[in-house]
Design a binder for this molecule. Structure first.
Ligand SMILES: [Zn+2]
Length: 65
């Protein structure tokens, strides 16, 4: 599991689950870092919000910090 130090604002991350959109992208950009985290799907540009602990357990890898 990754920790808070492994990523930063605007990091590019690969999630374990693909976004349920038409592009089925698993790449997301971190666009807000706080108590919760907002991620922008790099396929459809849709935004999802996750609690930080939830995010940490759902990230597969940090591609670019
Ligand atoms: Zn999407």
């Amino acid at each position: 599991m990754i920790t808070n130090d492994d990523y930063a604002l605007y990091s590019l991350v690969r999630m374990k689950k693909k976004h349920p959109c038409s592009s089925r992208s698993d790449l997301f950009k971190v666009i807000r870092l706080g108590m919760d985290i907002k991620l922008e799907c790099q396929g459809c540009k849709g935004i999802i919000t996750l609690l930080r602990n939830d995010f940490n357990s759902k990230v597969k890898e940090v591609i670019k910090k």
